[in-house]
Design a protein. Structure first.
Length: 265
C-alpha cells in the first residue's frame, strides 16, 4: 500500500503545473493516506468572450452649456448610464463643466455618437480600449485551481484523526480561503471595469469680450490692492524684526555727529 501511495504522489507531482507542484509538495500531510492527487485535472477549457475595458475623454466648446448638458443627460438615460461626478468652473474668459459618466460597455460607442452630435471639432478626443481577456482567463483558472485544492483538503480533513493533523489541515484551508477571496475580488474588479465604461466630458463656453474685460480688470484691481496691503505688512514686520540693529545704527550716528561737533569747536 505504501508503494502504491508513493507512486500516486509522484505521478501527481509530474502532472501538475509548477505552481501546483509547490503547493502539493508543501501541503502534503504525511500522516494521512490519501488515494488520489490533491488537485483534480481540469475537465475542459471554458470559452470566455473578449473582455475589453473602454475609456474616453472629450473636450469641446459649446455655445449653450445648458443645452449641451441636456443632450448629455438624454444620452445617459437612453444608454442606461449614470453620472459619477459633475463639476463647474469659471475663469476670466470661459465657463466650463466636467462630467464623468459610466455606461454599460456595450453602449459605449452609441453614447459617444449621441454626445458628439452638433460638435464641429474637439479640442481633445482620446478613446482607449484595453483587452484584458488573457488576464481574466488566468485569474479564473487560478481561482478554480484554488477551489479544487480547498475541496480536496476538506476531504482530507474528514479522514484526519489526530488533533495536530486537524490543526495543520485547517491552517492550510484558511490560507487557501484567503487566496480564493483575494482572486475573487480581483475578478469582480476586472468585471466591473469591463461591464461599465468611463467617459470624461469637458465642455466650455467662451465669455463675451466686454464681460471678460470687466471681470479681468475688476479682478486685477482687487488683486493689486491685496498685494499692496500684504507688501506693506511684510515691510513693517521686517522692520520690527531688525529693531536692535536700527537702535545700534541710531546710537552710532549720534556719537559720530557729536564727535565731529567737538572737533569743529
Amino acid at each position: 500500500m505504501r508503494y502504491i501511495f508513493c507512486l500516486l504522489f509522484f505521478v501527481t507531482l509530474a502532472s501538475c503545473s509548477p505552481e501546483t507542484k509547490n503547493e502539493v509538495a508543501s501541503d502534503h500531510i504525511s500522516a494521512i493516506t490519501v488515494s488520489g492527487p490533491l488537485e483534480p485535472k481540469p475537465v475542459g477549457e471554458l470559452v470566455i468572450p473578449q473582455k475589453i475595458i473602454k475609456q474616453g475623454y472629450l473636450k469641446f466648446e459649446t455655445s449653450d452649456l445648458e443645452e449641451t448638458y441636456n443632450q448629455i443627460q438624454n444620452a445617459i438615460k437612453k444608454n442606461k448610464g449614470n453620472i459619477q461626478s459633475d463639476s463647474q468652473q469659471k475663469n476670466y474668459n470661459n465657463i466650463s463643466r466636467n462630467i464623468i459618466v459610466r455606461v454599460p460597455g456595450q453602449n459605449f460607442d452609441a453614447f459617444l455618437k449621441a454626445i458628439s452630435k452638433g460638435v464641429s471639432y474637439f479640442d481633445e478626443k482620446n478613446i482607449s480600449s484595453e483587452n484584458v481577456t488573457a488576464q481574466y482567463i488566468d485569474l479564473n483558472s487560478r481561482l478554480n485551481t484554488k477551489r479544487k485544492l480547498e475541496a480536496r483538503y476538506l476531504e482530507i480533513l474528514k479522514k484526519a484523526n489526530k488533533i495536530s493533523e486537524i490543526l495543520e489541515i485547517e491552517q492550510k484551508i484558511s490560507t487557501i480561503r484567503e487566496e480564493i477571496e483575494a482572486k475573487e475580488g480581483q475578478l469582480k474588479y476586472l468585471e466591473s471595469r469591463v461591464s461599465e465604461s468611463t467617459i470624461s466630458i469637458d465642455f466650455y463656453k467662451t465669455i463675451a469680450q466686454k464681460e471678460s474685460i470687466k471681470v479681468s480688470y475688476g479682478s486685477k484691481i482687487w488683486s493689486a490692492i491685496k498685494s499692496g496691503f500684504y507688501s506693506l505688512s511684510e515691510f513693517l514686520i521686517s522692520i520690527i524684526s531688525i529693531w536692535p540693529f536700527i537702535i545700534l545704527f541710531v546710537v552710532l550716528v549720534y556719537f559720530i555727529r557729536k564727535r565731529f561737533k567737538r572737533k569743529k569747536a
